[in-house]
Ligand binder design. Structure first.
Ligand SMILES: C[S@@+](CC[C@H](N)C(=O)[O-])C[C@H]1O[C@@H](n2cnc3c(N)ncnc32)[C@H](O)[C@@H]1O
Length: 443
């Protein structure tokens, strides 16, 4: 007789939240293996079964035991709370099996039985917090280095995901939740709704609805999942809700579309329409810098330039991309633009302005250097991936050098002479425009 291993996720805890398949897999099994607490949670289903209880740290032992028992021709249920594939035993079991030479065509069959994971169980108890894009992050640094966890929290905060924190705190790991809160408060309002759900669908179930700035002071333990809202999540009548629509912030641009929104058709600010919305915003806010526009939409400056370049008009702003392979030529062309202002922005906030002439540029290997008596500036030219000419009539004329992620590497701007732009220099600038730009791909 061939053995079989069921990897069973039995849901949050209560029997009524267990799937039919989870129950039938356990019923069919000769042996049930699990962490002591999980075995207690399914005790009513264990009559007549061989039960193997293991401690919290004996995860690999549980997998090895399952394999050994299956080799004897028995059917095994290796059980885990929630979904066994979510921070559960499915991964380690496959690792143990593959290391032992097992393959999916082996006599021993393996079947995964999915369950309701903690984040959906906890969400169901507080309202509908996961109705828009969300992610889960485990704060356990037992197997994951803290910089990796911190980077993920940072990215999720920046991208405005609703976040479910698994393994948020234990007796020994008390500061991770404090650090997570600090990172998220850089991106989210202090009053962002947070649900702290302990022991969902178990005897000691407890729910707290709090603000993000209160989160780390609350009672949180090993059996808690923390759900942190995005910038649209709200609490009403004790329910935490994340709206499905996301256009609030951009309502002035999407208002008309909201009225006549058609089922199955992308929003005006969907992939196809959002460049036009950006150009509309630029036209409506003529005084804004490219950086301010990028901040408003949460995008990089290269994306703003690309959007402006893709259309006929964006109010006073115009932009055009330099043809691929002509980056060096644009630097040479700058020599006819007279005195220039070089702008270098550091991400942390410093802006350096350098008064220079393009004839001082020297390309050496990967570096574009300008060395004058007053300063040395070294630009890593190998990072420059694209260049956009961009101007606002009578206000500014220049070129923006962009890296492959769309970040501004540096910008050169024409300078006024006696309060005005020289017609000759503007002429030279416009000639560069005609000679080197790509044909716009109008959207
Ligand atoms: C090792 S992970 C296991 C996750 C599980 N496989 C799942 O899909 O829910 C343990 C973490 O899951 C969360 N968790 C599991 N069951 C829970 C429950 N009933 N209520 C709240 N959180 C729970 C807690 O964050 C806990 O620290």
């Amino acid at each position: 007789m061939n053995g079989k291993i069921y990897l069973v996720g039995f849901g949050p805890g209560a029997e009524e939240h267990m799937s039919f398949k989870a129950k039938s897999a356990i019923a069919e099994s000769d042996v049930v293996i699990g962490y002591t607490t999980y075995i207690k949670l399914v005790k009513d289903l264990l009559d007549g079964k061989e039960v193997i209880r293991k401690g919290m740290t004996e995860e690999i032992d549980r997998c090895i035991e399952a394999y050994e028992q299956a080799k004897l021709g028995k059917t095994i249920a290796l059980i885990s709370s929630g979904d066994i594939g979510v921070y559960g035993m499915a991964g380690p079991t496959y690792e143990v099996l593959l290391q032992a030479g097992w393959t999916p065509t082996d006599d021993i069959q393996v079947e995964i039985v999915p369950g309701s994971t903690a984040l959906s169980a906890c969400a169901s108890l507080v309202g509908a917090p996961l109705t828009h894009d969300f992610c889960s992050i485990s704060l356990s640094d037992l197997l994951t280095p803290w910089p990796v966890i911190a980077r993920r929290i940072e990215a999720a905060g920046h991208a405005d995901f609703v976040i479910a924190l698994y393994n948020p705190k234990s007796g020994r790991r008390t500061q991770q939740i404090v650090e997570a809160q600090k990172i998220l408060l850089r991106y989210r309002r202090p009053d962002t709704p947070v649900a702290i759900v302990k022991s969902a669908y178990r005897r000691r179930q407890d729910i707290q609805l709090v603000r993000l700035d209160e989160m780390s002071d609350c009672e949180i333990g090993m059996l808690t999942t923390v759900l942190i809202g995005n910038s649209s999540t709200f609490i009403k009548h004790g329910l935490m809700i994340t709206p499905r629509g996301y256009a609030n912030k951009y309502s002035s641009l999407t208002g008309a579309a909201k009225e006549g929104e058609k089922a199955g058709i992308s929003l005006t600010m969907g992939l196809e329409g959002w460049y036009a919305c950006l150009r509309q915003y630029v036209a409506d806010n003529p005084g804004l810098t490219l950086e301010k526009i990028a901040d408003y939409f949460g995008v990089v400056v290269g994306e703003v330039l690309s959007a402006i370049a893709a259309g006929e008009s964006a109010g006073e702003h115009k932009a055009a991309r330099i043809q691929a392979g002509k980056l060096n030529e644009v630097v040479s062309a700058c020599e006819s633009w007279g005195h220039l202002r070089g702008i270098v922005r550091a991400e942390a906030g410093a802006v350096t302005e350098l008064f220079l002439r393009a004839k001082d540029f020297q390309l050496r290997g990967d570096w574009l250097n300008i060395e004058t008596d007053a300063f040395h500036c070294h630009i890593n030219w190998s990072k420059v991936n694209a260049a956009y000419l961009a101007c606002r009539t009578d206000k500014s004329y220049g070129v923006n050098f962009i890296d492959n992620k769309g970040h501004l590497v540096f910008r050169l701007l024409l300078m006024k002479e006696n309060g005005e732009f020289s017609a000759t220099k503007i002429n030279a600038y416009m000639q560069t425009w005609q000679a080197l730009i790509e044909e716009p791909n109008n959207d």
